[in-house]
Design a protein around this ligand. Structure first.
Ligand code: GTP
Ligand code: MG
Length: 287
């Protein structure tokens, strides 16, 4: 009465992974690993197949599950948030400010997105909501100058963490990368080890585009962390499997809503379970 892990089941698994924004190459690799786990044995039930898939996904993601830890030094610990427009940078800063403050840390925000006046106001709203100071200048100011001043202010006021917002859209990508590189250069005048975390914010609903984005930012300024947002809004996040293998940058948080509390520490096992749990009832085939 055994049931096989046969060609049809493999196809279903593959379709499921592709539907969860896993790239074809990564999906093929994952299925190969699942098949290797079965060791040629029959898989008795669909739950077994699901369990095997979950194991493999956890194994792929686990090495990237390194939570963000704010060490005792250096202080202020500077976190530079980057990403394309609309990915959720400013919102994630608001959520992170709340989380870090709840941890007892003294937090300051830097309005480094000077491209839009509304961006500065948006950050100020988060500052008020969390009761943390926001260092800002007028729209159109040099973002590097804003972030530099904020770093100096954070130092002077004995802050533990400075969260720096940045623009997501400029005239073109090259200009954006140059602007970010300048922010980094200027920060390093005050502390050669800054920024201490360069976190990209990726919108899960962008699917495979997130891989190219992350690579571009990584090449330009060197990423040390990833936050994936909008996992509550239809994004499946399977793209993290590709990033886990290709970029090797720690995944810190996931965004699961628009409110301050909607930020979770990335957990490889839970994420794998979520990716697997949506698996449709696969047909099993009697031998
Ligand atoms: N559902 C959902 N919405 C989110 C999440 N994170 C951010 N958003 C929403 O996405 C939109 C864009 O977020 P922002 O934080 O303004 O994005 P940004 O990267 O700062 O965008 P720019 O400033 O234009 O570069 C807002 O409407 C947010 O409320 C999330 O995890 N889930
Ligand atoms: Mg923003």
């Amino acid at each position: 009465m055994g049931r096989t892990f046969d060609g049809q089941t493999v196809d279903e698994l593959e379709a499921h992974l592709l539907g969860a924004d896993v790239s074809q190459t990564t999906a093929t690799d994952i299925i190969r690993r699942v098949q290797r786990l079965t060791g040629g044995r029959n898989v008795a039930t669909i739950d077994d197949a699901r369990q095997l898939l979950r194991e493999v996904l956890t194994e792929v993601l686990q090495p990237r599950a390194e939570p963000l830890v704010i060490p005792a030094s250096p202080r202020p610990f500077v976190i530079l948030m980057v990403g394309v427009n609309g990915s959720g940078k400013t919102t994630t800063i608001g959520k992170l400010a709340r989380r870090l403050k709840d941890d007892g840390l003294k937090v300051m925000l830097a309005a480094g997105d000077t491209f839009r006046a509304a961006a500065i106001e948006q950050l100020q709203v988060w500052g008020e909501r969390n009761e943390v100071p926001v260092i800002a200048q007028q729209a159109g100011a040099d973002p590097a100058a804003v972030v530099f001043d904020a770093f100096a202010a954070a130092r002077a006021r004995g802050c533990d963490v400075l969260l720096a917002d940045t623009a997501g859209r400029l005239q073109n990508k090259a200009h954006l990368m140059q602007e970010l590189q300048k922010v980094v250069r200027v920060l390093r005048r005050l502390d050669p080890t800054a920024p201490h975390e360069t976190m990209i914010v990726l919108d899960a609903s962008l699917g495979q585009n997130a891989v190219a984005q992350a690579k571009q930012f990584h090449e330009a300024i060197g990423l040390t962390g990833i936050t994936m947002t909008k996992l509550d809004a239809g994004g499946k996040g399977g793209v993290l499997l590709t990033l886990a293998g290709e970029l090797k940058v720690p995944v810190r948080f996931i965004g699961i809503g628009e409110q301050a509390a909607d930020l979770d520490v990335f957990d490889a096992g839970e994420f794998a379970a979520a990716l697997t749990g949506t698996l449709p009832k696969l047909p099993t085939h009697r031998t």
